[in-house]
Design a protein around this ligand. Structure first.
Ligand code: SAM
Length: 313
């Protein structure tokens, strides 16, 4: 197995791409001017990218506020606030009372300290982030399992240091409202949206925010076509197949536009299906051996070939 020394989001983000970074980064171009993490989530991808400028976007406003707070406050002040608040509210992993009182106060306060969300996540079931439809935090207490551990604190410190050392802009827009006109041919737009065909069985999507439907999927594919027309590189993570369900819209779109597809494997062994390859069609359509077929769709030549081949059009 390839050693994964990439920085990891300091909480558990469902659908986070940390484990798959070695495979993704093997495909990404090396020389990136602006990297857009269009569905940034736990920021596992963007935080590890070397680029002149990073643009993080996600619709979950409190999460974006948290990252902005990490960007503009000292590590010392952040850690002091976390430790003091945990003590003041008597938040413990063994009993839920302190956590529930703190969660209630968080939901009642109209003006919130963004760090309170991080404290809640640290003591939540599976370290998850989740809101109900009224935008109240509603993740249950992670009794006897979740707390702000030394290991988490270390991860948080590294994450804050990295955020503060990079040129990053944070946005909480719907993906359609991002300004793509500032990008050039050395930019890379990375998309890790909620997966249309997996949403029924496990929701990695809205967490109380706007849902992901066929409409959003079509709008996203249109934006990617537009980027392609303007010679801007994109890479899209998705699944073409899940539990016998096929994402026909996505498959037809890939075939129609002849985009490149790489199968992404969780055991890190990599198989390459380049554009125009003999296997490419079979790979997209195959139902054999794989209940979940994760792919990266992209419109550029993969990194290893960059030195000799130009961006295709
Ligand atoms: C699979 S997660 C991304 C995980 C991320 N790549 C990581 O490694 O941590 C998908 C993200 O898309 C966001 N999202 C869903 N619909 C959106 C929309 N319409 N506009 C912007 N973000 C959206 C969700 O909030 C969620 O964080």
């Amino acid at each position: 197995m390839v050693k994964n020394s990439f920085l990891k989001c300091p909480f558990n983000y469902i659908g986070g791409k940390h484990k798959l970074l070695p495979q993704l980064f093997n495909l990404f171009p090396k020389d990136i001017s602006t990297f857009v993490d269009m569905f940034g989530g736990g920021f596992n991808v963007g935080i590890n990218i070397n680029a002149n400028k990073l643009i993080y976007n996600d619709q979950i406003t409190p999460l974006v506020e948290l990252y902005k707070y990490f960007q503009s406050n000292t590590t010392e002040n952040i850690l002091n606030y976390i430790h003091t608040t945990i003590k003041d509210y008597n938040i413990k992993k063994e009993e839920k009372e302190g956590f529930l009182k703190f969660r209630e106060a968080y939901n009642k306060n109209s003006v919130k300290n963004p760090l309170d969300l991080y404290i809640l996540i640290s003591f939540s079931f599976n370290y998850q982030i989740r809101f109900n439809n009224s935008r109240e935090y509603n993740c249950p207490h992670g009794t006897n399992r979740s707390s702000f551990t030394t290991n988490m604190e270390k991860r948080l410190i590294s994450f804050i240091e990295k955020i503060q050392s990079q040129n990053i802009e944070f946005y909480d827009y719907d993906f359609k409202d991002l300004n793509y006109s500032i990008l050039d041919d050395k930019s890379l737009v990375y998309c890790d949206p909620p997966y249309l065909i997996t949403n029924g069985s496990y929701n990695d999507g809205n967490r109380g925010f706007k849902n992901w439907t066929l409409k959003e999927e079509k709008e996203l594919l249109n934006i990617l076509d537009e980027l392609n027309k303007n010679k801007i590189k994109f890479a899209l993570s998705n699944v073409t197949e899940h539990d016998g369900k096929m994402n026909d819209l996505l498959i037809d779109w890939i075939k129609k536009n002849n985009y490149n597809v790489e199968t992404i494997k969780s055991d890190y062994s990599n198989s390459n299906y380049q554009k125009n390859s003999k296997n490419s069609k079979n790979d997209i359509n195959s139902k054999k051996n794989n209940k979940n077929k994760e792919v990266l769709v992209y419109n550029f030549k993969k990194q290893a070939l960059q030195s000799t081949l130009e961006h295709f059009d």
